[in-house]
Each structure stands twice: as C-alpha cells, then as structure tokens.
Design a protein around this ligand. Structure first.
Ligand code: ATP
Ligand code: MG
Length: 413
C-alpha cells in the first residue's frame, strides 16, 4: 500500500474548498458544503496532519471506526477519501472497525430493496481493498442491538435545532428529494440548502431517521469507543455531533472510572472530496461515480463522459477549473504523483489526452483490487462468514460499552 503523501493543510484545504492555497480571499464553498464547513475543513486538515505524526509514533493508541452506507458499490471517492487510510491504519497496527451502515440506508429509501446484495458487495469491496478480517472487524448496524440502544440517551443530548442546522443532512435531504418518486419540484441548489436558505419543509417528508442520522453515527463510533474516524469532508459536521454527544454524556453522567467516551477525531486524506463525472461530489446515489469494481471498459466510458471545460491547455486549478482539476487529481492519486506535474505533462493535449491519462492510471491502479474482488465474489459464503464473525465481535464490544453506560446513568437494576 502506497503511503498517502500529505500535502500542506492549506494546499489540501484549498483544493477541497475550490480555491488556491493562501489566496487571501473568501473561500468559495464546494457544491453542497457551507462556508462554515470550509472553515472547519481547514482545522480538520491541520488536526489530521498532527494525527499523522501520532500514527507514525503510536499507532496502537488508535481505535478506528468508520463505515459506509450499503447503497451501491464503493467508488474512487471512497478509495482515496477513506478506504486507503483505513487499510494504512490497519497495517500500522491500529484497531480497525468497519461498519456497513445498513440502517442508515433507510434514512432516504422507502424499501430495503437490494440491501442484502449491497451489503455483501461492500464486504467484497473492503476485502479486495486490503481490509483483513483477521485484524479488522467488519459488522452491520442491524446485527448489534446494543449499538442502536445508545441512540436513545444520545438523542436526549442534542437539540432539534442543532440537528436541523447540520449542512450534510440538509444536502442529503435535497438529493433524496431529487430522487424522490413523490414528485414536487426538489431544491436544485444544494449550496442554498447548506447555507440554510432553503428550509426543510414541503414535498417528500423527511424521516426521523434521516434527521437523527448524525446521532446514530455517534452511536456507531462510540459503541466501540472509536477515537479516530477516517472520513471524507462531508462527514465533518457529523463528527462534530459525535464529539458534542461524547462531551455532553461525560458531563451529565460522569462514570466512576472516569469519562465513559473518548472525543474522536476525523482523519482526512489528500482527497477529502473527490468530484464525480458531473462535477458534483462523487456519490453512490448520484449516478456520477466510478465504481472500484467497474471493468476497464466501463471506466474508460465513464471518464470519457466526464465534465470538463473549453480550455485546451490542462492545468491544476481547483478554483476556476474544478472538473478538470478533479480529473488531474485522480490521475495524480493513482500514480502517486503531484497534480501540477500531471497537468504539465498533459499540457496542450486537451481534455481527450487528460482523460486517456486518467483512464490508464485508474485502470492500472485498480487492476489488482478488481482481480481480487472477482476471486472473492466466486465464494459468497466467505463474505457472509466474515460479516457474521465481525458482527459477533462488534456486538461483544458494544455490550461492554452499554454496560458502562448503564452504570454511569444509574440504570442497572
Ligand atoms: P450515498 O450517495 O449513499 O450517500 P456516498 O458515495 O456518499 O453514498 P457514503 O456511504 O455516504 O458514500 O460515505 C462513506 C464514506 O466515504 C464517508 O466517510 C464519506 O465521507 C466518504 N466519501 C464518500 N464520497 C466521497 C468523495 N466523493 N470523496 C471523498 N470521500 C468520500
Ligand atoms: Mg453519503
């Protein structure tokens, strides 16, 4: 596994927030993310750089929990945004929990549909990417009742106002409504949603589960007392809710043996927000993703259709050329090279040459993962067994945490 070369926090912040480093002008928010998030992004990137140093020195001090919704195949945004970091942490000796967030699919889906198939697909993606079930615990929400039981006391610790202001929840709601068969015109400006200009009302009703999504995520992370969460930029507001819940729980219910919960940190990568083929955040649910399991030909087709701009010379400037720059970044990540050098090399070749470079880089990078995934998929019983064993391990940990919670709350009868 190639190590992630962390650039300066300012440079990565700039790329992710769509502005040049140290430009001295107001941050232009990325689609779907507010200026506040861009601000907290800078802080999270600085903190990630500090954590990287500690990972080098004391990797075993980290208990890592992170996860994904089984809404489809994992994509390149997952790989470079979080999955690669999970594998790196596992290899460094950190304790790793990977959550298949199956209950969170029901936040914005009417029916479980292909849930079972997607859950196993996710497990295959994890294993193919290098998550080792002998060292890491892969589990699903629905198999750990004690995790879900934490949701009730945690919900009492946050106000509905705090939940309503969460920019990522607003953005997810906007997109869920765009997909909604219920009809009605959905808001088309996720930036407006993120800034709270569009209120959560009318059209398809927002489920209580969607609204409490970040608190459920706090239960995920804190059920195993995770102290590090490798995530993409969109998860930063959620992680703030987890920190708030942990702090308030510890204040309200001081445990006899000290605070019950840690205050987890986010770990961001060099690609906290990889863009999809339409120029928005690459997402499973938005039809703009390049799946890790895609064939080489599908990958070529998707990249050929990716949005670019009319300028012939290729450059790396996430402010003025977000789509072109995201493609350049993708090639750079696959090749483990500097994005500016990749852009220079393509030079006057234009979008067609850039796309050829990206396609070759992605296909070469993913070839071993794809081969491994196909081998693993030949025995679906194995992925099921990995999940069953992981659920049992995660449950034992959540049971112990819930016991501590009961003691602290005085609800052991
Ligand atoms: P959905 O459309 O169902 O919400 P998603 O593609 O957004 O799917 P999630 O399961 O919500 O994926 O996210 C799983 C993890 O991957 C989170 O840590 C998230 O921050 C990260 N992630 C998702 N998309 C990207 C992206 N485009 N760039 C970087 N990280 C990403
Ligand atoms: Mg998402």
């Amino acid at each position: 596994m190639t190590s992630t070369r962390i650039r300066s926090a300012d440079a990565v912040t700039a790329a992710a927030a769509g502005r040049p480093a140290a430009a001295g002008r107001p941050a232009a928010a990325e689609p779907g993310l507010s200026a506040t998030v861009s601000g907290s992004l800078a802080a999270a990137l600085r903190r990630s750089a500090e954590i990287e140093r500690r990972i080098g020195e004391e990797p075993r001090s980290f208990r890592v929990l992170t996860g994904d919704r089984p809404t489809g195949d994992l994509h390149l945004g997952h790989y470079f945004g979080t999955l690669r970091n999970r594998v790196r942490l596992q290899e460094a000796g950190a304790e790793l929990y990977v959550l298949v967030a199956d209950y969170q699919v029901l936040t914005d889906r009417d029916a479980a549909g292909a849930l079972g198939e997607h859950v196993l697909g996710l497990v295959l993606d994890y294993l193919a990417a290098g998550i080792d079930p002998a060292r890491a615990t892969i589990f699903a929400h629905s198999a750990v009742p004690e995790l879900n039981q934490l949701l009730l006391p945690f919900l009492s610790l946050v106000s509905t106002g705090e939940l309503g202001r969460n920019p990522t929840v607003k953005d997810e709601i906007a997109h869920a409504r765009q997909r909604s068969p219920v009809g009605a015109v959905a808001p088309t400006d996720p930036r407006g949603m993120s800034e709270g200009k569009t209120c959560i009302s009318s059209m398809r009703p927002v489920s209580g589960l969607m609204f409490s999504y970040p608190v459920h995520q706090a239960a995920d992370i804190l059920s195993c007392k995770g102290n590090l969460v490798p995530v993409g930029q969109d998860q930063l507001p959620h992680l703030e809710v987890t920190r708030l819940v942990a702090r308030r729980f510890n204040e309200r219910y001081p445990g006899a043996g000290g605070p019950v919960f840690p205050s987890p940190d986010a770990l961001l990568s060099e690609a906290p927000l990889l863009l999809g083929t339409d120029g928005g955040k690459m997402s499973k649910s938005r039809g703009n993703a390049i799946a890790l399991r895609a064939t080489a030909d599908e990958t070529a087709r998707l990249i050929r259709g990716a949005k670019t701009d009319a300028q012939r010379r290729i450059s790396y400037d996430p402010v003025t050329r977000p789509e072109v720059s995201s493609l350049v970044l993708l090639a750079a990540l696959c090749l483990d090279r500097d994005p500016a050098a990749v852009a220079d090399q393509v030079g006057d070749g234009g979008a067609a040459a850039l796309k050829r470079t990206v396609t070759e880089a992605v296909n070469e990078r993913l070839a071993p993962l794809r081969t491994r995934r196909a081998e693993l998929a030949a025995d679906p019983g194995y992925a099921r067994q990995v999940l069953r064993e992981g659920c049992a391990r995660a449950r034992a940990v959540a049971v112990a945490t819930l016991e501590e919670v009961r003691d602290a709350m005085g609800t052991r009868y």
